[in-house]
Design a protein around this ligand. Sequence first.
Ligand SMILES: [Cu+2]
Length: 158
Amino acid sequence: MRAVVFAALLMVGLGWLVPVQASDPTIVVRDGWSRATPGGAKVGAGYLVIENHGDAQDRLLAVEMAVAGRVEIHETTESGGVTRMRQVQNVPISPHGKVELRPGGLHLMLMDLRNPLREGDRLDGVLVFERAGRIPVQLQVEKIGAPASSGHESHSSH
Ligand SMILES: [Cu+2]
């Protein structure tokens, strides 16, 4: 009897340690990557793909990365040969839709980097969704100058 009670208490105790929901199968985050930063740079970028396998729209509201003081979501637009970036407050992902964050488009802006990003690093973070909640993400750091981007160099002057 005592053993049963103990086991029950143990399960309750462990329950507190297990994240309420590690990942929501409705939202799938994949192909996260970043780019190595030159020494001293305080800003990096992040790219990934978000898939919504559900029947309802969801929204990316916020992003947290351990390596960054804060993370903004930016959109790169080009008109008349001029590239600009603006911060967006959230990113809607339509039902059964997909959003790609990539160089020259939507991207994560890793601000106030605690250390330079080195090729081979894996950056841990969390994406916060309106419906799906918190979903872990990992960005694989590629070498400096990895796949072409338009206007990303201007980030260092943010
Ligand atoms: Cu940006």
